[in-house]
Structure formats: C-alpha cells, structure tokens
Design a binder for this molecule. Structure first.
Ligand code: NAD
Length: 435
C-alpha cells in the first residue's frame, strides 16, 4: 500500500499545505543501492571525555570519508565512552550543539558509550544519561537523520555495527541502544559478498518482509532456502528461482519441522531467520482460544522448537547466526494484540536467555529484529485510521519498508557481527510506542 501522503508532501502544493497547517513533513529516506552505496557526505569524528578506544582505523574502513569541516557532514560519531561523571556530559553538549544543524539530510549521528559500571554509580549515571540524550535527539533532528547509541568496549568488535549504522542501509533504525561485546574473530569473508559459501534459511519468505530478507541475504552471497506454508508454495518457488535458491514448502508449526529442515540441509546451515508470523487480533474479552493458540504456535512455540532441534542436530554450524522476529507490539503492548504481543515478547525472552549459551557452546549469535510499522500486506489490512497513525507516529513520520528489516537482518547475519549477541534491535523509525 503506497504512502500517498509522503508522495504528496514532496510536491510544491504539499510542501505549502503541510507548512501552513503544521502537519508532519516526512523526509524521503535515502536507502542503499549499488549505484549509491555510501552516505552523501563526510564523517565527523568527535570525542567527549577521555576515550581509550582506538577508533580512527575502524572509522576509516566504515565508508564515509573524513569530513573536510567545510561541508555538511553526513555522519557524526561522538565517542563519549570515556565519560564517567555528570560534569563530563557537558562535553557531549559542547561537541554536538554546534554541529547538529549542519548534518546533511538522511545523515547519521552515532554516540558511542561504555557499558554501565555497577561498581561506580557516577559512571553508570553518566552513561545511562547518554540513552536519554540519544533518544531525545532522535526526536528532534528531522530530515531523515537517525541517532543511535552503541555501547562498546573495543573498537574493532564494533566495526560491522558502525559500518551498518553509518550507511544508507540503516535508514529506518533510530533511537536504538546497541550493545557490542568483546571482539570475536571473524572467519575470512568477501567484503562485497560476505555471505558467499553460506546457507541461509528464512521462514515465511514467500512474500513481505521474509521475501526481502531472502533477497538481501542472497545479494550478500548466501544460498537461500525459502520456507513457507505449502499453500504458498508457488510464491516460494518463484522467490527461490529468482534468487538462485531453493523452496521448502513446510508448515513451521508441524511437530517434525525441525527434523524436516535438518533433513533438507545435510551440509548444515549458517543463518536461520525466524520470520514467519501471523496475527489474529481481537481484544482479550472477545478472543476465543482458537484465535489465541495459532499466534503463539507460529510466532513463538515453533521458533523455540526449531531452534532447539537445529542446535541439537548440529545443523546450525559454528559461527552461525539466528535472527528472530519480534515486534514493537511485544515491547510496548498493543490493544487487540494480547496474543501477538505475548508471542513477540516471548521471542525477546528467548533471544536474551539463549544468546550467552549459544555463543559459548556453538559460536552462534542470537539476536532479534523488532519491526515497527512496515509497509506489507499485513499492515495494508489494518483499518485506514489506525494505519495512518501507525505510519506517522515515529521520528521519521513514515512507515518502514521490508528492505529496512532485511538490511538490519543482514548486518546481524554478517560474519563480522560475532560480537553482537542477545540484542533486540527495533526497526521502527523510533516509534512513539515503547522505549
Ligand atoms: P506477511 O503476512 O506478509 O508474511 C508472513 C509470511 O509467513 C507469509 O508468507 C506466510 O505464509 C508465512 N507463514 C505464516 N504462517 C506460517 C507457518 N505456520 N509456517 C511457515 N510460514 C508461515 O507478514 P510480514 O508483514 O512480512 O511480517 C513478517 C514478520 O514480521 C512476522 O513475524 C511479523 O509478525 C513481523 N512484523 C511485521 C510488522 C509489519 O509492520 N509488517 C511489524 C512487526 C513485526
């Protein structure tokens, strides 16, 4: 379903009317394309406090060239990881206050922070303050500019994350706090096709977000397996054929789904994307068990069952990646979606609990993407008024596209993202719903 309001505000009468009436003015977002892979402008590297990070070599490899200080930076990285007290926060203000206005449209502001030190409540207060700062700034910048916070302990471990956040691929990711652990050595990979020689399975990939995820992982070199219900087999085959992959018609709720996937992948699997999902909305008072159960079954129980089965069978190879699909409805709650909200919150619980064990035992990372309002058949079915509210109620004043979730998934699936584990990353344009 096209966002006609966004198109209208790009016209001269649209600009005139929205200005006069004080209506939201969404900026068209610059997304990645092979022709224009980088942001339109340079990188400005600022520091607040005394940082122990060796960032310069990492930033030099992330994409944007250093800003010549005369133009409009497209990317600003503020290293605030060394701030240990409230006085230090004045340096955050001093560093960004003069430059925020000059950041180019669809630009990026990334604040770097340190993990909170439980033994030092002054450091913890100052570092936690960076979250409120980042999320507030994200609500102020406009013009398609995103603002995110990355907590890290060593710079090389965060390279893939910074490359993503400082590129057009993260157009709809804003107001997020992403924790990056210690450096994990990545197996060698081709920079242009980082997933070549890897196999990725995407559930629910016959259409919508799953189709975009399969397409993006294939772009990055993966051999994709397009799993969807037998009723969607023709679409799954069409997608698989286009991407040079294979289709796997299978209802993910089948008791033997894990075993059937393992059987279909005798050589193993590197990337497992749990994307299949359904809604059966109704307020709890009107919700019979028949509307409750399928949602919990598809969105949560089958995710747990297939993950367990594929880890136990050894199908998921060392260095593997699991990306599960949560939702902002699971974080903030949504009237009419007690079943869906419960299932999606369950996904985040699974991710946070399994992440440390999966990495220890199998070198596997487990993360979740939590989409906000994404333009798909699922959201096209939402009544007009609620749909329009969902689209506008975020810092970017528009819905995201399936590609935005797909690019986030591709970053988490990247061989160099081994230090990103147990994270729930919202792809929601900083929706007003939830934190
Ligand atoms: P969609 O309805 O367009 O696609 C979902 C796909 O999953 C379909 O192809 C469907 O056939 C498949 N599927 C459903 N049940 C299945 C089963 N039992 N076994 C195998 N496949 C099954 O949905 P979408 O909008 O592309 O959403 C994809 C994921 O993103 C879902 O998990 C959804 O909950 C989540 N999500 C979407 C949005 C949004 O705004 N669209 C927001 C938050 C979360």
């Amino acid at each position: 379903m096209a966002d006609r309001y966004l198109s209208f505000t790009g016209t001269a009468p649209g600009r005139f009317l929205t200005r006069r009436l004080g209506l939201p003015r969404p900026a068209p977002l610059r997304r990645w394309s092979p022709e224009r892979p980088d942001l339109d402008g340079g990188l400005l590297h600022l520091t607040a406090g005394k940082s122990g990070l060796d960032l310069a070599p990492v930033l030099a490899r992330t994409g944007p060239a250093p800003d010549d200080a005369t133009g409009r930076p497209a990317a600003v990285v503020l290293d605030a990881s060394g701030i240990r007290d409230v006085e230090g926060l004045a340096e955050v203000h001093a560093a960004l206050h003069p430059v925020v206005r000059s950041v180019a449209a669809s630009g990026r502001i990334v604040v770097l922070g340190a993990p909170l030190d439980p033994a030092d409540h002054h450091q913890a207060a100052a570092q936690q303050a960076l979250e409120g700062f980042t999320r507030s700034l994200g609500k102020e910048t406009g013009r398609g500019i995103t603002v995110n916070l990355v907590r890290l302990t060593d710079a090389p471990a965060a390279e893939s994350t910074l490359r993503f956040l400082l590129s057009p691929k993260s157009a709809y990711v804003s107001g997020q706090v992403i924790g990056v652990g210690a450096h994990e050595t990545a197996a060698p990979y081709d920079a242009d096709r980082p997933l070549s020689d890897r196999t990725a399975l995407v559930t629910g990939a016959a259409r919508g977000i799953g189709e975009a995820v399969a397409e993006t992982l294939a772009r990055d070199g993966a051999k994709v397996v397009v799993l969807d219900v037998p009723g969607a087999e023709a679409d799954a085959r069409r997608v698989a054929e286009r991407l040079g992959g294979t289709a796997l018609p299978l209802d993910i709720t089948a008791a033997d789904a894990g075993a059937r996937i393992a059987e279909a992948l005798p050589d193993g699997l590197d990337v497992l994307v749990h994307n299949a999902g359904v809604t059966r909305d109704r307020r709890l008072v009107n919700m019979p068990a028949e509307r409750w159960s399928p949602v919990l079954e598809v969105n949560l129980a089958s995710v747990l069952r297939t993950t367990d089965a594929l880890l136990a069978a050894g199908t998921l190879r060392r260095g593997g990646r699991i990306v599960a699909t949560a939702s902002i409805a699971g974080i903030a709650g949504n009237a009419g979606q007690t079943n869906y909200g419960a299932s999606k919150a369950g996904v985040t619980g699974l991710v946070r609990a399994l992440a440390p064990h999966a990495l220890d035992g199998h070198g596997v990372t487990v993360n979740a993407v939590a989409p906000g309002f994404i333009e798909t058949k699922m959201t096209a079915a939402v009544p007009l008024f609620i749909r329009e509210a969902g689209r506008r109620m975020n810092s970017l004043a528009q819905g995201g596209l399936p590609i935005d979730v797909a690019e986030t998934t591709a970053w988490l699936a990247h061989p160099a993202s081994g230090a990103v584990n147990g994270q729930v990353v919202r792809v929601c344009g900083q929706s007003l719903l939830g934190a």
